[in-house]
Design a protein around this ligand. Structure first.
Ligand code: ADP
Ligand code: MG
Length: 470
């Protein structure tokens, strides 16, 4: 135990290096010295020893209130505070009281007496071999107070010497030996409480980290489960449609030949009738035309299914994409004309080279054009716009039709989804499959009441000079 009634001045260059515990998270340091958590222990100590006690940080600053301040000290302290500075327990020492610093440096109890004759002591608080703070206690006389000395201090602080003396003479002095015992008690109490608090905080931190890891893991697990379910669902759907596709392919193959024969015979019948009865009843011609229209729808359906079957086996060849699309334009225009829809195009001349299976890709664009026509029963315009970027060729099919609501837009690529009374809901599903088989993507933009634009993006296959892939 060290005692120094005379406070030695700090040695030059002796300033201690900032303790390593400063590297701890601020919140942990603050929680360690949370005055509220220390209050109960310090009050119990002050009650049983009748000393004042306070918690200070490693720089000697008070953390929380001074518990149980003593009468003479309180009187003098009020005035002293106006003078200010130094150790919070020392009153008017000749030199600044360095008891906290000394106790931390020596890791020992340090006793100090101020000019009024009041004694206090400091016990260091050490954690992981680092001084982290201290406890101050005392503010009592260790011998009968010296009247002259006290009155001198009181006068110096601008207080009534008699009043201070009247208070001080009633204070029973506490023997040095007793103060040392109290000091050891406080040191043990302080260390025990500090360690308990420290471990509680560490456990709380560990628990928090554990909890966070647990949350993260369960979130990742939930995502994984959702993704697995999605994949399982997609695989199940793919299997389902593959089976459906095979079935449809078989049926389509079987239907194609009789359908061709029926077409032929309807044409023959029309010619025959024309020759036999040139001015026959209009109803016969109309009926034949209607049969042909329905047959064409059937043919369309068969072609859709067949292109879906082909999609898995197509072998795209490098083609001048602009020229390929231009070759389809007369057919699209012929389809559109009866519906008072004009077909326009631009940007198709210099699109460059795309690896494609033209017949299959035609099916995709035809489906888009057919949808566009169906969205414009009152007429309008279909525009095909070509555009070339460094790595891709874009073909956009725009219409000036009904557009789509967001809820429809979200589902249009689902197989069998349709909003049309006679629709199959296969068109866009097939388009998507065909585009994917070409290594491309399809996107859509639509504004209700204004129109829709589907964009196909296909990778560029070779540069202008026809060289191999860029
Ligand atoms: P279907 O044409 O047989 O209904 P699709 O797969 O071709 O099947 O289209 C699915 C749905 O997408 C259509 O029923 C329609 O609601 C919507 N749709 C597709 N293209 C357009 C378009 N250009 N304008 C407005 N709605 C469209
Ligand atoms: Mg369609």
């Amino acid at each position: 135990m060290a005692e120094h009634p005379q406070h030695p001045p700090p040695e030059p260059g002796e300033a201690p290096a900032p303790p390593a515990w400063m590297a701890w998270p601020l919140a942990l340091r603050a929680a360690l010295f949370d005055p509220e958590s220390w209050r109960e222990s310090l009050e119990a100590y002050a009650d049983s020893t009748n000393l004042a006690v306070a918690l200070v940080d490693a720089e000697g600053r008070l953390r929380g209130p001074c518990v149980n301040p003593q009468p003479t000290w309180s009187r003098l302290h009020v005035a002293h505070e106006r003078i200010g500075g130094g150790c919070p327990f020392a009153l008017a020492p000749r030199r600044p009281c360095t008891c906290v610093r000394d106790a931390l440096a020596r890791r020992a109890l340090v006793l100090a007496r101020d000019r009024a004759g009041l004694v206090h002591f400091t016990v260091p608080l050490v954690l992981d071999d680092q001084p982290v703070g201290a406890l101050l206690a005392g503010q009592v006389f260790d011998q009968y107070p010296e009247q002259l000395l006290l009155e001198h201090v009181a006068t110096h602080l601008g207080l009534s010497p008699q009043a201070v003396w009247q208070v001080a003479r009633l204070e029973p002095p506490v023997k040095r030996a007793t103060l040392r015992v109290y000091g050891r008690l406080l040191a043990n109490l302080g260390q025990a409480f500090l360690h308990a608090r420290y471990h509680t905080l560490l456990d709380a931190q560990r628990f928090e980290a554990l909890e966070q890891r647990f949350q993260e893991r369960s979130a990742a697990l939930r995502r994984e489960i959702a993704e697995r379910q999605r994949l399982e669902h997609a695989a199940h759907q793919a299997e389902h449609f593959a089976l459906l596709g095979r079935l449809a392919a078989g049926v389509s193959h079987e239907i194609r030949n009789p359908l061709g024969a029926i077409f032929l015979h309807v044409d023959l019948l029309t010619e025959e009738l024309q020759e036999l009865v040139p001015h026959g009843p209009a109803v016969v011609a109309e009926t034949l035309a209607e049969i042909k229209t329905q047959l064409m729808r059937l043919e369309d359906l068969v072609q859709d299914y067949l292109s879906l079957v082909r999609v898995g086996t197509i072998e795209p060849q490098p083609e001048d994409f602009g020229r390929v699309v231009q070759a389809w334009l007369p057919e699209f225009a012929a389809l559109a004309a009866p519906q008072h829809v004009g077909v326009q195009w631009h940007g198709l001349d210099t699109l460059g080279c795309v690896a494609c299976h033209a017949a299959t890709l035609r099916r995709a664009v035809l489906n888009l054009v057919q949808n566009a026509l169906e969205a414009m029963p009152q007429g309008g315009t279909v525009t095909l716009v070509g555009q070339r970027t460094a790595t891709a060729v874009h073909l956009q099919v725009q219409d000036t039709g009904s557009g789509m609501a967001a809820a429809t837009l979200a589902r249009i690529f689902e197989p069998l989804y349709t909003t049309k009374p006679g629709g199959t809901g296969l068109g866009l599903y097939i388009v998507q499959e065909i585009v994917a088989a070409h290594g491309g993507q399809i996107t859509v933009e639509s504004h209700e009441g204004q129109g829709t634009a589907f964009t196909l993006r296909l990778p560029v296959a070779c540069d202008e000079a026809g060289a191999e892939p860029v």
